[in-house]
Design a protein around this ligand. Structure first.
Ligand code: PLP
Length: 449
């Protein structure tokens, strides 16, 4: 039965293809499964959009929402007012952050958190008498969101459809060794070249014009790209040399995805600011947070004393229900040993993923923790991609859907990021379905010639 969603404008969707493929309208979820209107069941190996990691129906989350709605259903955090759960959540985030002290600013999304951080850096630098210190460096292939500023940070070609990036947003090289390494270049020299690329940008633009460098510990929506070996050591040395703040966009990596609470721990990153969202409420509420370390907090306070106020904020930022749900989700992730489960599953997950490299059309299987991608190529030796008309990623993802498995296409790759509560049996289902799907699609593709 084809369902009509004519009144909906679907984001990040191929709208001409939707006409004949049709949307999937979901109306129920249990554990790591979602159900569509026709009652078809899907194992969601993407945790919703990376975020629903404790299960769609975790009873403690539902109870926490009910309790908070009954007690205090909603409030803002302007003019020195704040809901109690927001205070508790700010304390909690500082406690579990890499910072001894600091401040937390609440938003409704990851995009808004990045956008806020850029404005905050601009505000601080202007009040310091450095109005030209406002350029932002990110990386090609990075994903930082969709608002005009965070889209300018995102290093994806589709942003040119909007005439973005805005001026002053610069994209450094992407540290994907398999794809971007030169012939004969080993990983160490590659990483060194990534450092030189960044330093050249800084020298070309002038260090005194750069407000910050933003990086995801592992690039997520760029196709699950862990950094090349030693990358963050090299990058951090350069940023330190030119006194440029490092902002870790932990929207995907934060709260356990890489096998540690923060991706920054996994890669020995010492950020000045940390951006959190997605898993922070395990998908139960829209919420983002800018977590400022001690040094930037002090700068911001000093700047704010010189201004009338800190003129920024979102009506629903620090929403009591969102904050209560975040406190509950963080407690579940930490105390129900979710991160231990990610660590336990990682070798199984990565092992089975890597095994697909035996397939003729799998160029690279990569990942860490419970985030992984399979990149498909037409010719493995030369790493030649499939012709765009084959739509290889969509083919695989659509066949997975047929087979009751949700995994997302990302260009020539497909992405897997199962929930933290995934069991061994469910992990088995994911890989058996994927194996069956890949064999079918690859034999079809082979017959295309
Ligand atoms: C998803 C994502 C964002 C944007 O978050 P939204 O809540 O969709 O605005 C920012 N950064 C990273 C790394 C993300 O994965």
């Amino acid at each position: 039965m084809m369902i009509n969603t004519e009144s909906v404008l679907h984001g990040f969707t191929d709208l001409k293809n939707l006409d004949h493929l049709g949307p999937i309208v979901l109306n129920q979820a249990k554990g790591i499964y979602v159900y569509d209107q026709n009652g078809k069941k899907y194992l969601d190996a993407n945790s919703g959009l990376w975020n629903s990691v404790v299960g769609f129906d975790h009873p403690r989350m539902i109870e926490a929402a009910k309790k908070q709605y009954e007690k205090f259903s909603g409030y803002h955090s302007f003019f020195g007012r704040i809901a109690e759960p927001a205070v508790d959540l700010a304390d909690k985030l500082i406690e579990i952050s890499p910072f001894n002290k600091g401040k937390v600013f609440f938003t409704n999304s990851g995009s808004e958190a990045n956008d806020t951080t850029v404005k905050l850096l601009w505000f601080i630098n202007r009040k310091k008498g450095l109005p030209n210190k406002r350029k932002i460096i990110t990386r090609i292939n990075s994903y930082h969101g969709v608002t005009a500023v965070s889209a300018s940070m995102t290093g994806k070609p589709y942003n040119s459809e909007f005439g973005l990036p805005l001026d002053g947003f610069i994209h450094a090289a992407c540290p994907h060794y398999w794809k971007n390494g030169h012939a004969g270049e080993n990983e160490e020299s590659f990483t060194k070249r990534m450092g030189e690329d960044l330093e050249n940008i800084i020298l070309r633009e002038g260090a005194d014009t750069i407000a910050g460098f933003f990086a995801e510990p592992v690039m997520g929506a760029g196709g699950v790209i862990p950094p090349s070996k030693g990358y963050f050591e090299v990058i951090q040395k350069i940023l330190k040399k030119y006194d440029i703040p490092l902002i870790a966009d932990e929207v995907i990596c934060g709260f356990g995805r890489t096998g540690n609470l923060w991706g920054s721990q996994t890669y020995n990153i010492k950020p000045d600011i940390l951006i959190a969202s997605k898993c922070i409420t395990s998908g139960f509420f829209p919420l983002g947070a800018v977590i400022l370390g001690d040094r930037i907090s002090n700068d911001l306070m000093e700047a704010s004393y010189k201004a009338e106020e800190f003129p920024h904020g979102f009506t629903a930022g620090g929403h009591p229900v969102g904050c209560a749900l975040a406190l509950e989700a963080i407690d579940i992730i930490i105390n129900e040993k979710m991160i231990e489960n990610v660590q336990r599953l990682e070798p199984i997950f990565m092992g089975r993923l890597k095994k697909f490299e035996e397939f003729e059309f799998i160029g690279e299987a990569r990942g860490i923790g419970l985030m992984g991608a399979l990149e498909m190529v037409h010719d493995k030796k030369t790493k030649t991609p499939f012709d765009g008309s084959v739509s290889i990623g969509e083919r695989v993802a659509n066949q997975c859907i047929e087979n009751g498995l949700i995994c997302r296409p990302l260009g020539p790759s497909i992405v897997l990021c199962p929930p933290f509560i995934t069991t061994d049996d469910e992990m088995g289902i994911i890989f058996e379905t994927l194996d069956k799907t890949l064999k079918k699609v690859f034999s079809e593709v082979k017959s295309l010639g």
